[in-house]
Design a protein around this ligand. Structure first.
Ligand code: PLP
Length: 407
């Protein structure tokens, strides 16, 4: 039996904090989510009771820690519906996962004159690694533009795909506009042209479907800290045929099979891509976050979060002087806006004085801001513990900001 989403709030100790003498209203979830008790306890338990380095130890603590680390990998594989746990590579986060592919896949398969397609809706993490790869290799960097609703123009994409295209990289959900991108359609079109696709799931994994076999993506990247897990741990899923064919990204201990002064052979998947002592507590915490997220029914969660998003967007649209950006057919958990004539930064600071935490600026998406011809936005972003009262506090806060600025 799934738990009611309305009970989630009590699981997060930090939500009882006060900020600037106001109860905390945390609406910066796209930057990072808060952590439930279950995750805090799992990590505390590891450090208190079985902290040890893993894989090579032959004592009881090492065996227990290794088991917990590899159980977490199996849990991630099941969570993503991956075919096998060996397709799950632990990284520091989405950024490192994408860099791994850009360097490793890029090294092996991208050459002068080839083309890489990403989109104008990407976080810098899924843009800059490809741009730099293209510069290193003399390849062409191309981006699918977005339209006035903040949606990708797939007609342009269809014309972009050609025999020189080597990879397509796009996000499941835009962290700036909240656009839910048609990843399955993009993958279908790319595959028809024989091109693999990397999906940046950083803003999708915690809110939407994450079935990598259904999506049929070649790579899927996400960060634990945006889905109620600890910071500093993330995942790269890859199809086995690609991971096997790709050279290691980082080298050193753990990723090798045999080392001499003339020859190095590599460990099997996924260890080939996990050089050095891993962040053992990270996957353990991530595993607990998966248990937590899966204690709720996914379609109920989506309906709840969508309802809250619509409520917030409608309330905000009613305030004179508010500009909301993008109007995609499907938007997930992101409210991007500005107050006419006021810098986003000032709005953020004034909301903070009322205990409301939002993010302001470019949100690591300068190409989006350049296309919209604005320096930045205020971004309120939702998680499963937010409620109508949080939305009301945001709206009340904005009214108050307008009043203060009118004085
Ligand atoms: N991709 C998207 C869509 C994001 O929203 C973010 C972070 O905000 C990232 C990538 C980078 O994630 P991380 O900083 O955890 O590596």
């Amino acid at each position: 039996m799934s738990r009611s989403i309305l009970s989630a709030r009590a699981d997060f100790p930090i939500l009882k904090e006060t900020v600037n003498d106001h109860p905390l209203v945390y609406l910066d979830n796209a930057a990072t989510t808060q952590k439930p008790e279950l995750v805090l306890q799992a990590m505390d338990d590891y450090y208190r009771h079985y902290n040890a380095n893993i894989h090579r130890g032959n004592h009881a603590l090492a065996a227990r820690a290794t088991q917990a680390h590899e159980d977490a990998r199996a849990k991630v594989a099941r969570f993503l519906n991956a075919e096998d746990p060996k397709q799950i590579v632990f990284t520091r986060g989405t950024t490192e996962s994408i860099n791994l592919v850009a360097y490793s896949f890029g090294d092996a398969f991208i050459h002068e004159g080839d083309e890489v397609i990403t989109t104008q809706l990407e976080h810098h993490s899924n843009y800059v690694p490809w741009e730099l790869l293209c510069q290193r290799k003399g390849a062409k960097f191309r981006e699918i533009p977005f339209d006035e609703n903040g949606e990708l123009n797939l007609e342009v994409f269809k014309n972009m795909l050609n025999e020189r295209t080597r990879i397509v990289a796009l996000n499941q959900v835009s962290n700036s506009l909240g656009t839910v991108n048609p990843v399955e359609e993009v993958i279908r079109l790319a595959h028809a042209a024989g091109v693999p696709v990397l999906v940046d799931g950083a803003q999708g994994v915690q809110h939407l479907g994450r079935d990598v076999q259904k999506m049929d993506c070649d790579f899927y990247a996400f960060s634990s800290h945006k889905m109620y897990g600890p910071m500093g741990i993330g995942v790269l899923y890859g199809k086995e045929k690609w991971l096997e064919a790709m050279p290691p990204f980082l080298s050193g201990g753990e990723m090798i099979d045999s080392v001499t002064s003339t020859k190095v052979t590599f460990n099997v998947l996924p260890f080939k891509f996990e050089a050095g002592t891993p962040y053992v507590a990270g996957p353990i915490g991530l595993g607990a976050a998966i248990d937590y997220l899966e204690s709720f029914d996914l379609s109920e969660l989506q309906a709840y979060e969508d309802g809250l998003l619509q409520y917030g967007l409608e309330q905000l649209a009613d305030i004179p002087g508010v500009v909301i950006y993008g109007n995609p057919k499907q938007r997930s958990c992101i409210i991007p806006f500005n107050l006419e004539g006021v810098s986003a930064y000032d709005v953020g600071i004034l909301l903070d004085t009322q205990g409301v935490a939002v993010r302001t600026g470019q949100h690591c998406t300068q190409p989006i801001m350049d296309a919209l011809k604005i320096p930045g936005t205020v971004r309120a972003s939702l998680a499963l513990y937010n409620n109508k009262e949080d939305m009301d506090a945001l709206i009340k806060g904005i009214h108050r900001v307008q009043k203060i600025l009118k004085r």
